[in-house]
Design a protein around this ligand. Structure first.
Ligand code: NDP
Length: 317
């Protein structure tokens, strides 16, 4: 972490990632200031003992600016408040490759640009730093004006607690895997809801269906076992009936049409079609997002979950 000696780091955005990364860097011995708008996140930073300044001021005072703002607001804030204060030898880093890959943020040629993207939410970034477990990150150097960008990026990754491994990547790769992973998760949410409807309409009680599908947390244990033992190797922990059902029925739902659909999802990410759609959505006040979220939250599964959660709580007492 010698590359950070004598360097002042401005963490811009004190949200999910910003707070955890700032606290970890400070505990690692770094000189950290916070740039945030005047809101409750700023009050939290002050309460946590940080010098907290308006974004432009913090960025202007720092050698390293970690941009930990929501991806959709970062370009605007960068153009108005961060970019103008950058000077030769500064480094800016991101926790996601999105804005760099799509060209929504273009840094001046005399600064270093990199990625330090934890594969964890902010809460775990802090928890696993404190426990000493660490966590993995994808890192990259996108622009090396100083000739020393890589050592600074690696040092930042260590400073935030990414001691489980900082894997050299790129903003392009991080964006492809991150967005595809999120959208795959969305597909499994809709698939789970479809399964709920099918089983309830077939006469099964909502409680039994929800316990089976996710509310007993057996399924989340399966996902943990995939990480620890392997996607297929964890199957040996299931009964033969379960293994046979998973291997046969799982594969047969992967039709050629489904595969083409997956390719289309990836293509939308790769070509920027998804990002442009999201930008239009944002400019028009998120009409599609609001409609879909409203529809999701009014589905009968929500009431069934509340009912089961209530029953489980009663039994625990
Ligand atoms: P959050 O939404 O938690 O926090 C972002 C911060 O930005 C908050 O302090 C927020 O304050 C501030 N902010 C929001 N809008 C504006 C604005 N218009 N002007 C100035 N400041 C603003 O973001 P995350 O921590 O989730 O995300 C930060 C980065 O980390 C993103 O690039 C994301 O992709 C990446 N990342 C996130 C992960 C996660 O699990 N959350 C995992 C890995 C990477 P306020 O809301 O009060 O305005």
């Amino acid at each position: 972490m010698a590359a950070l000696n004598g360097k002042r780091i401005a963490v811009v955005g004190y949200g999910n990632q910003g707070r955890s990364q700032a606290l970890n860097l400070r505990d690692s011995g770094c000189d950290v200031i916070i740039g945030n708008i005047d809101d409750e996140y700023k009050e939290r930073a002050v309460k946590d003992g940080f010098e907290t300044l308006p974004i432009a001021e913090a960025a202007g005072l720092a050698d390293i600016v970690m941009i930990l703002l929501p991806d959709e607001v970062a370009p605007d804030v960068f153009d108005k408040e961060i970019g103008p204060g950058l000077s030769e030898g500064n480094l800016i880093s991101f926790a996601s490759g999105y804005n760099v890959f799509y060209g929504f943020i273009v840094a001046p040629p005399n600064v270093d640009v990199g990625l330090v993207g934890p594969r964890m939410g902010g809460g775990d970034v802090r928890k696993r730093y404190l426990s000493g477990e660490g966590f993995p990150s994808l890192i990259s150097v996108e622009q090396d004006a100083s000739g020393r960008a890589e050592e600074t990026i690696v040092a930042l990754a260590m400073g935030i607690g990414s001691t489980m491994g900082a894997f050299m990547s790129s903003c392009r790769e991080e964006t492809l895997v991150d967005l595809f992973g999120e959208q795959l998760q969305g597909m499994s949410l809709y698939t789970t809801q479809l399964a709920f409807d099918l089983l309830v309409d077939a006469g099964c009680s909502p409680e039994s269906v929800l316990l089976e599908l996710y509310m007993s947390e057996e399924v989340s244990d399966d996902w943990k076992n995939m990480a620890r033992r392997g996607l297929w190797k964890q199957l040996t922990g299931h009964s033969r009936t379960s293994q046979y059902g998973q291997l046969t029925r799982g594969e047969s739902q992967l039709s050629a049409e489904n595969k083409r659909f997956f390719e289309q999802v990836l293509d939308d990410i790769r070509t920027g079609r998804f990002a442009r759609e999201l930008a239009t959505e944002r400019m028009t006040g998120y009409p599609v997002f609001r409609r879909l979220m409203e529809r999701a939250l009014s589905h009968r599964i929500n009431g069934s979950e509340d009912m089961l959660r209530g029953l489980l709580k009663q039994r625990n007492c």
